[in-house]
Ligand binder design. Sequence first.
Ligand code: AMP
Length: 186
Amino acid sequence: WQTAHISTGEILRAAVKNGTELGKMAQEHMHKGNLVPDSLILDIIRETLTAPTFSPNWMMDGFPRNLAQAEAFDGMLKDIHQELMAVLNVDVPLDLLIERLVYRYSCRNCSAAYNLKLNPPQSEGVCDQCGGELYQRKDDQRESVENRLQVYQDQTQPLIDYYESRHLLSTVNGNQPIEKVKEEIY
Ligand code: AMP
């Protein structure tokens, strides 16, 4: 089995792009940089975990984002007799984090990420990997970024203690080139 990469943010962005019911309910929250209601997120996770073709090896990216999600996730894992092996905290200094977000451009087609300052594409506005169009996520504009960082501090940061106390947390140094961070994760 390959490791399945589940990004709740990617799933939501696809839903917004396709104009689904989920997308319509999530859109406003996302654009402002707020969390989408837990019930919507937990439905996505439950569906993903219980799909018949779902790989037993998986990595959640961007989930859980608050204590209620983490507790509900514990219950779901118990139901399917799975256990968390590790929780990764990718640690990046605040000023670098802001720079990575506000200069980030993503590919509409394959979701590859670039940074106009730190990792620009070879030709402006075009994805090196697939030739797709690059765009700036609405929530990467400075105003939303500031709110997202506040939301992180208030709601997500407490999960560090939650998982540390269960000896599941590993901190990865995110202040390194992409390949190095990848190496540390795997
Ligand atoms: P991300 O791609 O992980 O940065 O997520 C982008 C946006 O999607 C977030 O700012 C939230 O609005 C929403 N989102 C993604 N994952 C979650 C989650 N686990 N709980 C609530 N909202 C989420």
